[in-house]
Design a protein around this ligand. Structure first.
Ligand code: CP3
Length: 319
């Protein structure tokens, strides 16, 4: 997720003078930001400091990331002509700074694994079509229904972009990759199966040869979990709306599960956090559970609470 570093004073200090997209393009700085939560909390893995919009920014689609708002598109996707604006990603030149950041981090991190990531085609498309963040994703859904062929072409181009980005990150030394389909939970199961799943199957099918575990995550995906299990990732991430036991039932035994502490509860007293963390660790069981938040850290979560949470999870023993 947009993760641990977000509420750290040392991160905010850097961001006072540098925009997110600037910081991502300075490998030494991006590596330092990635390292901050590892250093502070001792979490088990680092997540690369970048953003799902970086490949689209890098091919010149006209993306900005506005503080407190999120990704904004200067000229949104409207018609078949706009397809040509999504040219293939040449990761070696277009996102050489990401590759360089990963190289620096491999040195810094030692044995701590680095997780690379990319946006899933639906979530990327939702920004391109809506022009920015959206509550109901109406334009995206209407494009899907009114012009299914154009939608399919858009998804194909975005699949290729995501694949190229993930491939370059794996080759540069990421130990695992996470595919964020953050907003796909806005769809009905029928729309997911018709307009998204075939593309996701193709995408994930092409990722196995990269030889690293793949995590597949979305918010509000309770109704979609079984369909998501047909994509053949290795880990499925869930938010707090579905229990881990129920998520496992929906995706089957083949998958590890990641999640699912509600970040809102991290704003509370320690006792609230501890009770919930304990419940989730029990719910996750002894094997095949990656403890995580159900979505990203918000900037108002006290770093001390996250510090204590990491210690609690590390010390926890199943009875
Ligand atoms: O936090 C980290 O260091 C990990 C790196 C990371 C970022 N974005 C940096 C970032 C990751 C893994 C992402 C993924 C991302 N970006 C997703 C998928 C995960 C999720 O949270 O669902 C999505 C949907 C985006 C798009 C995006 N970028 C949004 C919606 C926002 C929020 C805007 C806001 O201010 O609330 C961003 C900005 C962003 N990207 C931040 C970070 C740390 C926070 C704001 C900032 O530091 O400027």
């Amino acid at each position: 997720m947009r993760q641990a570093g977000r509420s750290l004073p040392e991160y905010r200090e850097i961001r006072k003078s540098t925009t997110l997209l600037e910081a991502v393009q300075i490998p030494e700085l991006a590596a330092e930001i990635t390292y901050q939560p590892v250093q502070r909390y001792g979490v088990d893995a680092a997540i690369l400091y970048s953003d799902i919009m970086v490949p689209l920014f890098a091919i010149g689609f006209g993306v900005d990331i506005k503080p407190g708002v999120g990704p904004v598109i200067a000229s949104p996707f409207r018609n078949a002509e706009d397809l040509t604006r999504i040219r293939p990603l040449e990761a070696d030149c277009d996102t050489s700074y990401v590759i360089e950041t990963i190289h620096i981090l491999r040195e810094m991190l030692g044995d701590t694994p680095l997780i690379g990531f990319a946006g899933a085609p639906f979530t990327l498309a939702s920004y391109l079509v809506e022009g920015g963040p959206s509550k109901n994703h109406a334009k995206t859904k209407l494009l899907m229904h009114a012009q299914p062929h154009l939608w399919s072409q858009l998804m194909e181009r975005l699949c290729d972009l995501t694949r190229s980005s993930l491939q370059s990150q794996a080759q540069a030394g990421c130990a695992a990759l996470q595919v964020f389909d953050s907003w796909v939970g806005t769809l009905s199961l029928l729309d997911y199966n018709t307009h998204v799943l075939p593309h996701m199957k193709r995408l994930f099918g092409s990722l196995h040869e990269l030889g690293v575990p793949i995590i597949h995550f979305g918010v509000n995906t309770g109704e979609l979990l079984h369909a998501m299990s047909q994509c053949e990732s290795n880990v499925i991430g869930v938010d707090w709306r579905v229990s881990l036991t129920e998520a496992r039932r929906r995706v089957g035994d083949r998958y590890a599960i990641q999640g699912n502490l509600d970040p809102a509860l991290c704003l509370g007293d320690w006792q609230i956090i501890e009770n919930e963390a304990r419940r989730i660790l029990e719910d996750g069981g002894r094997r095949g559970h990656i403890f995580n938040l159900g979505h990203g850290v918000t900037p108002d979560i006290p770093p001390e609470s996250l510090q204590r949470l990491v210690e609690f999870v590390h010390d926890y023993k199943h009875t």
